[in-house]
Design a protein around this ligand. Structure first.
Ligand code: F6P
Length: 487
């Protein structure tokens, strides 16, 4: 489905509803840079995906105001119109105290729920004080959402694991609201989930939804199995639904995506070609084989595993020395949390080790850039690369894989993709890897580099067709249409 078509059909479908999107992360962050205010886009798959939908639909997006200049840029109702260059919808900011951010965001959401839902062998940390803040902040978000409701029926579209209690609170206060939630991360099996001390409250919160979406069917099945084990609920597997206390919640999978056309169009611009030349000179990218990776610096992304495979690849294929460079772009994330400090140290050690082992006087195999990269430069890195590696140990979807495909307008380039991403279910023309299996991974890097050009182009063309077709507008249309159907 193309953007124009989506815009026409969605207006008609939503005509009796008021669309309210809610997430923790905001799509535009205003920060002070010296004495100027700059607006940045966060490194977040969620916001990358939902911003085009909101631009097309209009409405209000309620999110935590986390920027240093966010308060200076809102009006009296705590709102700012975005995107700044072409305002299309309202962003309403919710303010959290330092203690609330610590307990809710860093604590329960990211030290408990994130590792609980991702099987990456980092233990969740459950603290009663974090849980108290999680509940408090979910109530605060509910209050801010309900302040926005008017005469039309609200369609509250909730995002992710930060707000698991929100649907129930909203339903209790406004039973007429249509509540839909999309869970952007995996849902684990019942055995893994049962260690959470507040599992029942979380599940009850989520069953306040009329529709609950995951990326893949496997996560839907895990969720239904978990509820079946933990609550006196009636799973209706035929209809893929759960009946709990006389209320029905439909569970469906909707693989999220990107605005393919917009990315492809930007990637084809002359400015990107110029940026390619500029970056090649700046970083002295002289090799004829360039690989790229773009990740938030998170232990679920398999970054050490990737460097271990590159190390092995260079050991086994010394002829690529001086010819090969791997550019790792890493956006700092959640650095306040000990497990994130640890993964950052581990990544630094790997870069140092691999570069030290293989470097020559003028050449090192890994270029690691720990920074938020502007979109234009990211497109330039995608464009100049011969292959891209996404090596997540587990990932709900992974939109970098889809962005890479969209940016490859000349259909050159090979995607190496972890089997443990949601994206691997759709993108089967990528070279699929198990990031834990170092030898197989190293061998796949070689295969990507040595793939005959016709074969690479054939695969990339197919991948581009898939992502062009299954874009973010199709995702948004499917989830919102389903919500309206069941209401
Ligand atoms: O996609 C999962 C997710 O946690 C989003 O909810 C979030 O915006 C993104 O990853 C980045 O994480 P954070 O918002 O914690 O920076």
């Amino acid at each position: 489905m193309r953007k124009g078509h989506f815009q026409r059909v969605i207006k008609e479908k939503l005509k009796d509803y008021q669309l309210l999107v809610v997430s923790n992360r905001e799509p535009y962050i205003h920060n002070w840079k010296e004495d100027q205010i700059e607006c940045i886009r966060p490194a977040s798959g969620l916001t990358i995906a939902l911003d085009p939908m909101m631009r097309a639909c209009g409405g209000v997006w309620v999110a935590h105001g986390s920027g240093t200049a966010d308060r200076e840029t809102v009006d009296n109702n705590q709102k700012v119109r975005v995107p700044p260059e072409d305002p299309r919808y309202e962003l309403k900011r919710v303010w959290l105290s330092k203690e609330e951010e610590e307990g809710f965001y860093y604590g329960f959401a990211n030290e408990a729920l994130w590792p609980l839902c991702h099987i990456a062998y980092t233990r969740p940390v459950f603290k009663a004080s974090d849980w108290e803040y999680y509940k408090k902040v979910n109530h605060l978000f509910a209050e801010k959402v309900l302040e926005e409701t008017g005469s039309e029926r609200p369609l509250v579209f909730i995002q992710d694991y930060h707000l698991a209690l929100l649907p129930r609170i909203i339903k209790e206060k406004n039973p007429d609201a249509l509540t839909v939630q999309f869970w952007h991360i995996p849902w684990p099996n019942p055995e893994a989930f049962r260690i959470c001390p507040w599992k029942k409250e979380l599940l009850e919160g989520l069953l306040g939804n009329d529709l609950l979406g995951f990326h893949i069917r496997y996560h839907c099945n895990n969720f239904i199995d978990t509820v079946d084990r933990e609550l006196e609920a009636r799973p209706d597997r035929e209809r893929s639904a759960i009946v709990y206390k006389d209320k029905i919640t439909y569970i469906r999978h909707f693989p999220i995506s990107i605005d393919f056309d917009a990315i492809a169009e930007s990637a084809a611009k002359k400015e990107v070609e110029e940026e390619v030349k500029r970056l090649k000179i700046k970083y002295r990218l002289l090799g004829d084989v360039i690989g790229v990776g773009v990740d938030r610096l998170d232990y679920t992304k398999g970054i050490p595993e990737k460097f271990r495979a590159i190390d092995l690849f260079l050991d086994q294929n010394p002829e690529y020395k001086k010819r090969f460079v791997y550019i790792q772009l890493g956006a700092p994330s959640r650095e306040h949390i000990p497990s994130y400090k640890q993964i950052n140290d581990e990544i630094d050690e790997w870069v140092e080790k691999v570069n030290w082992r293989h470097r020559t006087e003028y050449w090192s195999p890994i270029l690691f850039l720990r920074e938020h990269i502007p979109f234009l430069s990211m497109l330039a890195f995608y464009k100049m690369s011969h292959f891209c590696i996404v090596s997540s140990l587990q990932d709900g979807m992974n939109l970098v894989a889809k962005e890479y495909i969209a940016a490859k307008t000349d259909s050159n380039g090979v995607l190496i993709l972890s089997r443990f991403t949601g994206a691997s279910r759709e993108l089967n023309e990528a070279l699929l890897i198990n990031p834990y299996a170092a030898d197989e991974f190293a061998q796949t890097i070689k295969e990507a580099i040595e793939m005959p050009p016709e074969e690479g182009t054939r695969r990339m063309k197919k991948l581009r067709e898939i992502v062009r077709e299954r874009n973010i507008y199709r995702w948004a249309d499917q989830i919102l249409t389903k919500a309206i159907q069941i209401s």
